[in-house]
Design a binder for this molecule. Structure first.
Ligand code: IPE
Ligand code: IPE
Ligand code: MG
Length: 239
């Protein structure tokens, strides 16, 4: 199927799924259609990740800033999210995928909140792949939440030391390794407020492919490129 060795694979992949609108425009379709087809890419990438035994996948689906889009588009995105959760639950159960939300659940309509909590609950014991979906997510907000929670705990004498380890325990991604690889589709060279703390040493891969066209082959290309990267973490090359 693929000739990538497990040692060369990332443990945690993060993806900024961008370019749905441009994809639709190129096809002469409404933007909503780009988002809808984007779901097929999500399914394909989630399945491939699971099949490769990569244990963590984090997908950026909706940023805090995306609420500023036209009402109609936001409405469609929320509808597609509900649809996705409903349609994909059986696959998550079958493939041992645990769904987890990164972001501010209280921003969503009540019904969707219930649905999100339900899917997290039902898939909570699955252990083969942890699928984080970032929804109403902002990296800066996440850091601010950490700071407030730490101040509260410090007041109660619960914090002994303020260091990176302690800080990480307050993030949405507590107990997860930082992403090894960030993929961004559609050619944009920016983070757009995604996982600011966690991506200090993440390898970045940007492709011009638009998200609805990003499928298994394109994913394998990204993983192959990653396997050739030399990570130094500030050190020097050995040998
Ligand atoms: C990514 O596609 C999906 C979301 C941000 C929700 P876009 O909707 O940003 O597509 P472009 O960038 O306008 O092409
Ligand atoms: C980033 O895409 C957020 C998601 C993919 C969910 P955007 O399309 O919102 O990013 P900008 O506005 O181009 O930076
Ligand atoms: Mg975009």
């Amino acid at each position: 199927m693929h000739n990538l060795k497990t040692e060369g694979l990332p443990v945690h992949v993060a993806i900024i799924m961008d370019g749905n609108g441009r994809w639709a425009k190129l096809q002469g379709l409404p933007r909503a259609q780009g988002h809808a087809i984007g779901i097929d890419s999500v399914r394909e990438i989630v399945t491939a990740t699971r099949d490769l035994n990569i244990p963590y996948l984090t997908l950026y689906a909706f940023s805090k800033e995306n609420w500023s889009r036209p009402k109609e588009e936001v409405k469609i995105l929320l509808k597609l999210l509900g649809y996705y959760l409903e349609m994909e639950l059986p696959l998550m159960m079958e493939k041992g995928i645990r769904f987890n939300l990164l972001g501010e659940i209280s921003d969503f309509p009540k019904r969707l909140q219930t649905q999100l909590l339900d899917v997290m609950d039902r898939t909570g014991k699955n252990r083969d792949l942890l699928l984080n979906i970032a929804l109403s997510y902002s990296g800066r907000r996440e850091i601010l939440h950490v700071v407030s929670a730490m101040i509260e705990d410090a007041k109660q004498g619960l914090i002994k030391k303020i260091d990176e380890r302690t800080f990480s325990k307050y993030l949405y991604t507590k107990n997860m390794p930082d992403p090894d690889l960030l993929i961004r589709t559609s050619g944009e060279m920016r983070l757009s407020n995604f996982l600011l703390w966690q991506m200090a040493y993440t390898e970045i891969y940007v492709t011009h492919t638009l998200w609805p066209d990003f499928r298994k082959d394109q994913y394998m290309e990204a993983l192959t490129e990653f396997s050739k990267r030399e990570r130094r973490f500030g050190g020097i090359k050995e040998n």
